[in-house]
Design a protein around this ligand. Structure first.
Ligand code: RAT
Ligand code: ZN
Length: 414
């Protein structure tokens, strides 16, 4: 009979070695050129680190920081967060992991040596390096047809790199309606600010056209903590229930709801200026009840909502919890959330997505998450063995393979 520690070891190895798909990133197919970010200066100026450098340097004028070139911003962040202090935060440690996995030594090589390594890389070659190191087979992008630069590339057409799948992001079209109305009208869709007449049909056409053009895997929206359903007074709810959900149903696609972000609480910090708030999980229960034939991939930003989401998912099988989002993507919280989800849902959730904005981050985000998820899963097999059920190695591999593919794939919609 296998010992209890064997089962934990097998689970950890399975998580460490299995190729996986990343359900939500902000990465781009290399055909998008400058939208596709990679390299040490992008890593150092990631908005998670920008927030930290302002804390380290209370005297630093925010507007003056934004006027610096990216290289000088990166120099400053390296100096403040890696040289003058140990890089202990998760975002800082992530940069160290990437550098070390590339075969460099951050202390020996220093920023100049690391930059020399990157100067010798090409964008396309480096994608292969990163996908290999992170053992990733595919990533899902975040695609917004209302972003002028991005739309131009889609409209021109390009040879898709099959490792980069699309997701149609809805925020800029649907949030703060009627702001999106003008944009959609500009693209030739017949929509009105008051949602009257042809508007909902026009929005449905916009969504269908772009789902098809991008071959999108799902549609996604990020929502504030105040998000409620039902709400007969909200234009957003009208748009979601009468345009997005019917198109999702027709195309057989899930809808991803990312709930709990308070945008720009500190506007001067730009991307680093968003915050978190606890939301009402009953909104997703009510959507799941009203639309049982549509699958909702759901993640909340607030730790306080994560337990209620697990309970909601026990009641509605069309709710698929995913990822430890943004401010939850920290080791202590990944451990807690993964254990809670395994205990309440067994294998019926997607433990993680990366939210990478910079290609290289795939290496650290997955390196850190694989280890944590593997440890938690290993502990569960040990507990199970203690209770009298020693899982076979093949069963552990089977279970890991059930856990790892993203929920949209498990949902069997494509
Ligand atoms: O995690 C992030 O980088 C955030 O800035 C957001 O992009 C968030 O993940 C989102 O998709 O809205
Ligand atoms: Zn994101």
């Amino acid at each position: 009979m296998k010992s209890k520690s064997d089962v934990a070891q097998i689970a950890r190895e399975a998580l460490a070695q299995m190729p996986l798909m990343d359900l939500h990133t902000h990465l781009f197919d290399p055909a998008f050129g400058e939208l596709s970010l990679w390299g040490i200066d992008e890593l150092l100026t990631y908005h998670y680190l920008v927030a930290e450098v302002f804390r380290a340097r209370p005297d630093l004028d925010v507007e003056s920081f934004w006027k610096l070139t990216k290289t000088v911003q990166a120099d400053l962040i390296w100096d403040e967060l890696f040289i003058k202090r140990s890089p202990l935060s998760e975002a800082c440690r992530g940069v160290v992991t990437v550098i070390q996995r590339l075969g460099l030594d951050p202390r020996r090589d220093g920023l100049a040596g690391i930059r020399r390594y990157f100067a010798g890389q090409t964008a396309r070659g480096y994608i292969d390096t990163v996908f290999g190191l992170a053992n990733i087979s595919e990533v899902i992008m975040t695609n917004d047809p209302l972003h002028d630069g991005e739309r131009a590339v889609w409209q021109k057409g390009f040879d898709r790199d099959p490792r980069f799948r699309a997701a149609l992001r809805l925020d800029s079209a649907l949030m703060n309606w009627p702001e999106g109305a003008e944009r959609l009208a500009g693209l030739g869709y017949e929509v009105r600010a008051d949602l009257s007449g042809p508007t909902l049909a026009g929005v449905r056409r916009y969504l269908t056209d772009w789902v098809q053009k991008m071959d999108a895997c799902y549609m996604a929206i990020s929502l504030p903590p105040t998000f409620r359903h039902p709400d007969s007074t909200s234009p957003l709810i009208q748009l979601l229930t009468k345009a997005v959900i019917p198109v999702a149903r027709e195309c057989g696609l899930p809808v991803a709801l990312m709930i709990g972000v308070r945008k720009l609480v500190n506007p001067a910090l730009r991307l680093a200026g968003d915050s978190v708030g606890p939301a009402d999980v009953s909104a997703v229960e009510s959507l799941a009840l009203e639309f049982p034939d549509v699958r909702f991939l759901v993640t909340f930003l607030s730790r306080e909502n994560t337990h209620a989401l697990c309970v909601a998912a026990r009641k509605f099988r069309n709710l698929l919890p995913f990822g430890c989002w943004w401010f939850l993507n920290n080791p202590s919280l990944i451990r807690e959330m993964t254990a809670m989800r395994l205990e309440l849902l067994g294998l019926g959730f997607t433990p993680q997505h990366s939210d990478c904005r910079v290609l290289d981050q795939l290496v650290y985000k997955w390196d850190h998450s694989r280890r944590l998820i593997g440890e938690v899963l290993g502990d569960k097999y040990t507990d199970l063995a203690r209770s009298g059920w020693v899982a076979e190695p093949g069963e552990i591999l089977r279970d890991a393979a059930r856990l790892l593919p993203p929920a949209w794939q498990k949902a069997g919609s494509r």
